[in-house]
Design a protein around this ligand. Sequence first.
Ligand code: NAD
Ligand code: UD1
Length: 335
Amino acid sequence: MKVLVTGGLGFIGSHTTHMLLKRGYKVLILDNLSNSRLETLDGINSSCENKAQFVEGDILDRRLLDQIFTSHDVQGVIHFAALKSVKESMEKPERYHLNNVEGTERLLGKCIQHGVERFVFSSSAAIYGNSRSPVSEDAEIGEILNPYGGSKIKCEQILRNAYSLHGKPDITILRYFNVAGAHPEGILGEEMRTDDGNLMSHIIRIATGEIEKLFIYGGDYDTPDGTGIRDYIHVMDVARGHIHALEKQKRGVHIYNLGSGKGTSVLQILQSFEKVNGRRIAYEIVERREGDIGVSFADPSKAMEELGWWAELDIRDIVRDSWDYQWRLIQDMCK
Ligand code: NAD
Ligand code: UD1
């Protein structure tokens, strides 16, 4: 099967593409390099007999989409391409609407026109807002906390409406929780190009000496150690979730949480990072971050039952692989 992977040079897209190639899929990547580097293609294609093809371009470009679908026999699309910084989305909501919402609408329109059979969409636990954890897929969509989360809610609506109107393509929506980690062989990882405010990127920056200490946003949450709890999920598990989604795709629109089902606090992550990697992470507990919720973790039982998927890796794997990848990058730069 030939799969078009939008945003395939990004963090989750690159790991997923590598896994697809390993499993014998043909892959065409479409990415505008707005948050990725062309060098990632080498990491993706390394150790794969079958290489990914790459087109530099934008999902907003309808003419380019027509060219892609007429010259390649694409049966499935995995749509990762999006802007993902919550902080930036509050400063530039229109940019997020255009790229994420309009982009998804145009891509989906072309998929329908060219008879693509399967469509897998990257959604986020952000859409649950402050719903009570563990959250299952039928939880009410929470209050919209920021334009990024709002863009994912709109995309999900567009996908559902399009299916009820056209009866195609079959759609799987994957709602990821907090994705982190890197490829265990060190060939792929997360590019820390912009400060998106995420916990793991801040911990890495402290370990490399780029910033002095971690500001823990709130020590007074109703959690065992007072710090916020999240469901951290290894990027390799998330990548594998897409293979399951593609292979077990059913008629209609189906939604699954990709989370481990376990909550881990900020202090637990920090302690695990120190223990596994032997690096000290200085911290200070400060005020809560605006818009944050105390506890968020998944009920992943639907993905287990219907896709036969569950998280196999844990926090120790996440902190080890994240740091190994960054350490390799630092060593390469020093050569
Ligand atoms: P990423 O920024 O690393 O990857 C996104 C890729 O899409 C980048 O390579 C970027 O250059 C490309 N891109 C963006 N806009 C594009 C456009 N208009 N046309 C073509 N290419 C474009 O992000 P990621 O962490 O890999 O996230 C992938 C998807 O998963 C996103 O949709 C994101 O919203 C969603 N998601 C991520 C997380 C997470 O924890 N990383 C959690 C929930 C949901
Ligand atoms: C954020 C986004 C969410 C997105 C998700 C995954 C917000 C409000 N939500 O979620 O939309 O889907 O990332 O990309 O930003 N923390 C600190 N100090 C730091 C950084 C984080 O204490 O320097 C804490 C946070 O308060 C939180 C936890 O670490 O308790 C995780 O934070 P973060 O990595 O930013 O992810 P989320 O807030 O869960």
